[in-house]
Design a binder for this molecule. Structure first.
Ligand code: RB5
Length: 143
């Protein structure tokens, strides 16, 4: 499983921490920026990651900004992208189990490192359940 990761300046500091957690899980990670703490515009990185996920079937993404809101709003403009803003283990788990989310978003100014670990456990420890949820996810894509 390949993951594309992107952040703005607000998420830059935790990016290496998140990459190290992903690599511990044996996940291949491609870092699409940003590459310094200089101020940038979050949609630029959300669009890069969303395009990469959309063009690489089976891949997933992680987007981090201050709140996670701007990243999720931007990524969800792309067809086939289901970017979920998660705050804890439960929301991350449900994003995979019920929504078949393919991009995990969170806010570096909202959650600390302990919570980030818990979010990743929830996300990676869960799988899409299909069934009635598949029908609902299809309705998202139909619009
Ligand atoms: C940057 O200040 C902040 O607006 C951004 O990181 C994010 O929280 C936007 O949704």
């Amino acid at each position: 499983m390949k993951y594309f990761i992107g952040t703005d300046h607000a998420g830059f500091e935790v990016k290496e921490f998140v990459i190290s957690l992903l690599e511990e899980k044996g996940v291949e990670v491609e870092d699409l920026g940003c590459h310094s703490p200089d101020r940038v515009d979050y949609p630029d990185y959300a669009h890069k990651v969303a395009e990469a996920v959309a063009q690489n079937p089976g891949s997933m993404g992680i987007l981090i900004c201050g709140t996670g809101i701007g990243m999720s709003l931007s990524a969800n403009k792309h067809r086939g992208i289901r970017a979920a803003l998660c705050h804890d283990h439960y929301t991350a788990s449900m994003a995979r189990r019920h929504n078949n989310a393919n991009i995990l978003c969170f806010g570096a100014r909202v959650v600390g490192k302990g919570e980030i670990e818990s979010i990743l456990e929830g996300w990676f420890g869960s799988q899409f359940e299909g069934g009635r949820h598949a029908q609902r996810v299809e309705k998202i894509e139909e619009w």
